[in-house]
Design a binder for this molecule. Structure first.
Ligand code: ZN
Length: 142
């Protein structure tokens, strides 16, 4: 159950969302407006394309905004960045935790590995503590 009046959490336009998808009807690639049979920018997105955006599913028409130049000769646009995989945690909430029992290169290599996974340095916590210790002061609540 979604409320159609709910404001979008981002300021992306409908057209930006529609253009995340390639068009199954006219084969316009992501980032490009729909194409008419005459080779011009279509005045509206094809139904099978704009209904791929959940909030536009019930819309009857997805007009092409003026900045896409409806009626002008069609050219491929710039593909949008790939959407974030919903199965991956977003970068904002990723943290890293490294632990080792001795000083030295072992901890550094763990920290390197974490930063290679794209975890920012201020989100990486580390401590030197024996692996026999079950309580991890910086990891648990307290
Ligand atoms: Zn199309």
């Amino acid at each position: 159950m979604t409320d159609p009046q709910q404001p979008s959490p981002t300021d992306r336009s409908d057209a930006d969302d529609v253009e995340q998808h390639a068009c199954p009807k006219c084969d316009a690639p992501p980032g490009s407006p729909c194409r008419s049979r005459g080779g011009a920018v279509a005045s509206a997105y094809h139904t099978r394309r704009f209904t791929r955006v959940p909030r536009l599913k019930k819309a009857l028409r997805g007009p092409t905004p003026a900045d896409r130049g409806p009626g002008r000769p069609w050219r491929p646009g710039t593909p949008p960045p790939a959407p974030i995989d919903p199965d991956l945690p977003s970068a904002d909430i990723r943290i890293g935790y490294a632990r080792c029992s001795t000083l030295g290169p072992e901890l550094d290599s763990q920290l390197d590995a974490l930063s290679k996974h794209g975890i920012p340095g201020d989100k990486i916590f580390s401590e030197k503590i024996s692996t026999r210790v079950r309580v991890r002061p910086k990891f648990g609540r307290h």
